[in-house]
Design a protein around this ligand. Structure first.
Ligand SMILES: [Zn+2]
Ligand SMILES: [Zn+2]
Length: 238
């Protein structure tokens, strides 16, 4: 957290260096990025990512899409440059058009990002042969899309989930779910709420993400055996 001098923010444990929440999913030879926060550039450089097939956005908050401009690097590694397909709800895509209006001008400045927009509802869809099943969760009163891809379910910014949406996540091998901190929060699961969902859905393994410094240092958080805090650079195989 900028300007914070707490023990977590000054920790030397690399697992306490928490950039904004995002995940790169590799499936059937495709690289699909879920969310493109303000730390996207640093994350892509750190992981040495050289290609990107599509971006899926969960919702329109800036900590999930402020890095979209930097995806242009993945357009211009191709000749001719390729559009980056963005899959999200209509509301989220409207925000993308508003925030990145310069990328949608009739006469585009050379080098601006190139996006193609793909609205999705709450029904399954496919990206280059990979089936994606959306799961709608509520972030206070904003709908947010989670995504189930094979045995992986990725959820962020959830506070409440309707029973029918929970059904879609049953049988997940790996569940990634947001847990902001120990104390309650108006629009995010806290640790207790995230653990209750994990117990209910009973995935083989679960990882907590979207963790703030208020959760405490990585090494100090006690969790059930099948649950771990995610950290930057974590790789999970399914
Ligand atoms: Zn949010
Ligand atoms: Zn967020």
């Amino acid at each position: 957290m900028i300007a914070c001098t707490c023990d977590v923010c000054r920790s030397s444990d690399p697992r306490d260096k928490r950039t904004r929440t995002s995940v790169l999913v590799e499936a059937e030879g495709s690289k699909l990025l879920i969310d493109a926060g303000p730390d996207l550039r640093q994350q892509m450089l750190r992981e040495g990512v050289t290609d990107l097939d599509a971006v899926l956005l969960t919702h329109e908050h800036m900590d999930h899409l402020a890095g979209l401009d930097d995806t242009r690097a993945f357009s211009f590694v191709h000749e001719p440059p390729r559009d980056i397909p963005i899959y999200a709800s209509r509301a989220t895509l409207e925000a993308v058009q508003r925030i990145y209006s310069y990328a949608f001008n009739a006469s585009r400045y050379p080098g601006v990002p190139r996006f193609s927009l793909h609205p999705v509802g709450n029904e399954p869809f496919t990206i280059s042969g990979v089936e994606i099943r959306p799961v709608e969760v509520m972030h206070l009163h904003m709908p947010v899309l989670g995504f189930r891809i094979g045995g992986l379910t990725y959820l962020t910014d959830a506070k409440t989930i309707a029973p029918a949406e929970k059904q879609k996540m049953l049988g997940s091998k790996v569940l990634v779910v947001n847990a902001l901190r120990k104390k309650e929060h108006i629009s995010h699961f806290n640790l207790e709420e995230a653990l209750a969902l994990i117990e209910e859905l009973a995935p083989d393994r679960a990882y907590l993400t979207h963790i703030s410094h208020l959760m405490g240092a990585h090494a100090t958080v006690r969790l059930p055996a099948n649950v771990a805090l995610a950290y930057d650079g974590l790789k999970v195989e399914l």
